[in-house]
Design a protein around this ligand. Structure first.
Ligand code: PMP
Length: 393
């Protein structure tokens, strides 16, 4: 029966991680996977999360099904985190299985109601964008995004491409901390982009998987809030995986901004329909934890402080690696480490050098040259810099 089935090639990032685990060298360093590690090289358990879990464990909770749209309190808190307080009646929000689940439900919703649209993703992007939108039946195309020369956004080329698209095409945008490049649009560029999106009647689908990892919780939501203020209809997939370090509990949300309360109710109904056909209803535990943190002033303040500390740590590691590289190779251009933000940077190292880093120095980056700075400890900075300089010279 199953003889014709082909082997799954595996996910390149997860496969590399397995290779890292099997590597016997004690000094090996894994900068390939997209996970934030603390300086002790562990996924942190945030204090606010632990406190909320403790409170929950002390009260009796059965395990009912959640509604298709998820926990009402969690949905409300999620909407506020992304949009601020504005326009509650015009935003349809559902709880989802992480950011991935939000993208998937959003993609199914769009395919049902905008079957002719094409989906445009940045070149490069998080690989699974192609998988999820392609899997929902869309033709997925790319728009120019990254300029290796400036280590920033190829903004003019991006705008030129988007200006040529037909009305109704979907444009996937990373709201902050672009994965994999770390290169983000500045506020002025977001404003210009909003004008083009409006002129061309494009449908933006924001992906915000790192809110609080770039400039701050509010700053990182700038683009979404600006587009919403311009009354541009849009979708948002938001994720708590990173900013609550709650990866395995699969916590995210999908938001769709609408014209009025009537439209919101219809959209919400169709999102529920998409959920029903995929997995019926989302899981309860993580939503309870996050809801408890965001609703309680003290826990929320604690969470914000801890999130700030994570952001500061990443910026510190960026500066430290920059300084270490610059000292070892004064002619090199490592400014990108300080300009780019979030967990990742694009090193621009060619694939032969990435392989040498891995094979000869036990420093693991993925072949594209993306480095996860959020996984680098203070102790790892000097050996990584040394290894990079050795393969570069
Ligand atoms: N979008 C982007 C850009 C991501 O980097 C990730 C996580 N790596 C996701 C979405 C998915 O988030 P989650 O793990 O919450 O499904």
């Amino acid at each position: 029966m199953f003889r014709h089935i082909e082997a799954f090639a595996g996910d390149p990032i997860l496969t590399l991680n397995e290779q890292f685990v099997a590597d016997p060298r004690p000094a090996k360093i894994n900068l390939s996977i997209g996970v934030y590690l603390n300086d002790e090289q562990r996924i942190p358990l945030m204090g606010a999360v632990a406190a909320a879990e403790k409170q929950l464990a002390q009260s009796f909770h059965p395990h009912p099904y959640l509604p298709m749209a998820g926990s009402p309190a969690y949905r409300e808190q999620s909407r506020k985190l992304v949009f601020g307080g504005a326009n509650a009646e015009r935003i349809a929000t559902i709880q989802t299985l992480g950011g991935s689940g939000a993208l998937k439900v959003g993609a199914d919703f769009l395919k049902a109601w905008f079957p002719q649209a094409r989906v445009w993703v940045s070149d490069p992007t998080w690989d699974n964008h192609k998988g999820i939108f392609g899997g929902a039946g869309f033709e997925v195309k790319t728009y120019p995004y990254y300029s290796p020369a400036t280590h920033g956004v190829a903004f003019d080329a991006m705008l030129d491409q988007l200006r040529g698209l037909p009305a109704g095409d979907v444009v996937v945008l990373h709201a902050c901390c672009h994965n994999p490049t770390g290169a983000d649009l500045n506020p002025q560029q977001w404003r210009e982009l909003a004008l083009v999106v409006q002129e061309r009647s494009l449908l933006p689908f924001f992906d915000i998987a790192y809110q609080g990892f770039g400039g701050g919780i509010e700053e990182d939501a700038f683009a979404i809030r600006h587009f919403a203020e311009q009354n541009i209809p849009l979708l948002v997939a938001s994720s708590y995986s990173k900013n609550f370090a709650i990866y395995g509990e699969r916590c995210g949300a999908l938001h769709v901004t609408c014209k009025d309360a009537g439209e919101t109710a219809k959209v919400l109904g169709q999102l529920q329909s998409a959920v029903r056909k995929n997995y019926s209803s989302p899981p309860g535990y993580g939503a309870r934890v996050i809801g408890a943190v965001l609703q309680d002033a003290q826990l929320r303040a604690q969470w914000e402080q801890e999130l700030t500390a994570m952001r500061v740590r990443m910026k510190h590691i960026r500066s430290a690696l920059h300084a270490e590289l610059q000292a070892r190779l004064p002619g090199g251009d490592f400014e990108y480490l300080r300009i780019q933000q979030g967990m990742f940077s694009f090193t621009g190292l060619p694939v032969e050098q990435i392989r040498k880093l891995r094979d000869e120095h036990g420093v693991y980056l993925i072949d594209s040259g993306r480095m996860c700075l959020a996984a680098l400890s203070n102790a790892g900075v000097a050996p990584v810099a040394q290894a990079m300089v050795q393969v570069m010279t």
